[in-house]
Design a protein around this ligand. Structure first.
Ligand code: HAM
Length: 482
């Protein structure tokens, strides 16, 4: 899933598998380059399988997100993966790259009435849901979080995929610098938990109120009047429809012209300046370092006031691992009441890449504790129960329970990298015993069959059992019959 995803279609399998590739080669002897080029089906361009080895990281990231979100009073929401296209157009902006070039249309063949698009992000869907479900009646602010796949028809390149995963926080219903500061602090804590905080730099800017921006946009238009011919075609369009998006342009000619253009800071009103100054004070209070970045505008139209991103601190590259800001007018634009809000989203793939670069080891929860090998119909029968009981107790158990010879089952146990093997042959069945083998030490002993489970648990350690309970610190599930 990671690695350098230059999406040259022909060598995609090799490139995308990244670290997963090794693991696959080891366990499946997946084959050579030439075999791969003969594959009948491959995943579509710019998307990739989330392989078990990737899940070690993703599970770890999601756990940190959920944990920190709950601590801060956020509740989970899952907006649908597709929505009406116009929702994204109205929210993100018709003349943004995400809407203009990157929306995935969803439709049914021949159906012209439904115009849906896959979600490129969560904010629009969550705001729609807030209005539709009457969440304005709840105590404000309403704090929501989401984790899941998003889709952008981007040109695939390093860290840029067509299906990727975000975690997203939205604090809806209140405007105060302390809310923005707490949100940023929450994100900082997550990056610290994941041990990548020192690789990142918080970039922050104030883009003012919508009135400030209207005046600024007019000033930009005035400045560019007569200079249109010097702009590349796409940027001429941007100037016509949404001059602020000129700041997203990578074109050198545009960048040169922008250097002398009026800057947004000059147009920001007193109230907005005060808000921002207080926010920065709060960040100082929380000891969160930041870089003021007057050029940071973000590629979505719904923002005002606070915008921020976390960048790679070593390269200074704008390949942000996450970004967010205030969107005080969006809910009103979508038909709700005026509802000031702020939010953030982080990209799981980019975070995972940083963790791997930093050498962070995500715990592997998929290790096999015990492999159960057997021979003969009676042994097989007994092993069915043995395997099941071990699993119930939280021992990761693989029991192939096929017809293979004991020797080849032992080889299999090795390839599964099981820590212990329990071996039940015809002789052991007769004697009421079982063989317990420590795979790393290469030592084995014969023990009474009924001792197999307690012995395994002693070796693994009670604390290391993967036991599962559907009750938690909040108590038993209520019995509906009571
Ligand atoms: P965004 O900056 O468009 O913001 O995306 C947030 C993060 O998603 C990016 O920083 C990046 O890590 C990840 N990301 C975006 N596109 C891709 C891609 N094609 N491939 C891999 N990762 C990607 C938003 O989406 C806003 N909704 C954030 C927000 C929430 N603002 C307010 N509330």
């Amino acid at each position: 899933m990671q690695g350098n995803p230059n999406d040259a279609k022909d060598n995609k399998q090799i490139i995308f598998l990244g670290s997963s590739h090794l693991q696959l080669e080891e366990s499946v002897n997946f084959g050579t380059l030439s075999r791969m080029s003969e594959l009948k089906y491959r995943s579509p361009k710019g998307v990739h399988d989330v392989l078990p080895v990737d899940h070690q990281y993703l599970t770890y990231i999601k756990k940190a997100v959920r944990h920190r979100a709950r601590q801060a009073g956020y509740k989970r929401i899952d907006p649908p993966i597709f929505e009406e296209r116009t929702l994204f157009e109205r929210s993100i902006g018709t003349h943004t790259d995400i809407v203009e070039k990157e929306l995935f249309a969803v439709g049914r063949k021949g159906d012209t009435e439904t115009d849906y698009a896959l979600r490129p992000e969560f904010t629009a869907g969550i705001c729609r849901s807030y209005i539709e479900n009457g969440m304005q009646e709840l105590p404000q602010p309403v704090e929501l979080y989401a984790i899941g796949p998003c889709f952008r028809y981007d040109r695939p390149q390093k860290g840029r995929y067509r299906q990727f995963h975000q975690f997203d926080f939205e604090v809806i219903g209140l405007s105060d610098p302390s809310i923005d500061a707490q949100l940023i602090h929450l994100v900082v804590k997550i990056f610290r938990d994941l041990k990548i905080l020192d690789r990142l730099k918080l970039q922050i800017n104030n883009i003012g109120s919508s009135e400030d921006r209207t005046t600024f946009v007019q000033a930009l238009r005035d400045y560019f009047a007569g200079k249109e011919r010097n702009l590349p075609e796409q940027d001429r369009e941007r100037l016509k429809h949404n001059p602020l998006r000129l700041f997203d342009s990578k074109e050198e000619d545009t960048q040169i012209l922008l250097r002398l253009a009026p800057n947004l800071e000059q147009f920001i009103g007193e109230e907005s300046r005060k808000y921002h100054a207080t926010l920065l004070e709060y960040l100082d209070e929380l000891k969160i370092p930041y870089t003021k970045n007057p050029g940071l505008v973000r590629g979505l139209d719904y923002y005002n006031q606070t915008v921020f991103e976390f960048w790679d601190s070593s390269t200074g590259a704008q390949n942000a691992v996450g970004g967010g800001g205030r969107f005080d007018y969006l809910l009103e634009q979508l038909g709700g009441k005026p509802t000031p809000s702020v939010g953030f989203a982080g990209g799981l793939e980019r975070i995972m890449w940083h963790m791997q670069e930093a050498g962070v080891q995500a715990p592997n929860k998929d290790l096999v504790d015990v492999f159960v090998a057997q021979l003969g119909p009676e042994a097989k029968k007994q092993c069915l129960n043995l395997v099941s009981s071990l699993r119930d107790l939280g021992v990761h158990t693989v029991g192939a329970l096929g017809e293979a010879s004991l020797k080849s089952q032992m080889r299999l146990a090795d390839r599964f990298q099981a820590r212990y093997t329990l071996l039940l042959g015809q002789l052991e069945v007769k004697e009421g015993t079982i063989i317990l083998r420590d795979m790393a030490a290469g030592k084995q002993k014969q023990i009474p069959f009924e001792k197999a489970i307690p012995e395994v648990i002693k070796l693994i350690g009670k604390d290391n059992l993967d036991s599962y309970s559907i009750t938690d610190k909040f108590g038993e599930f209520a019995d509906p019959g009571v």
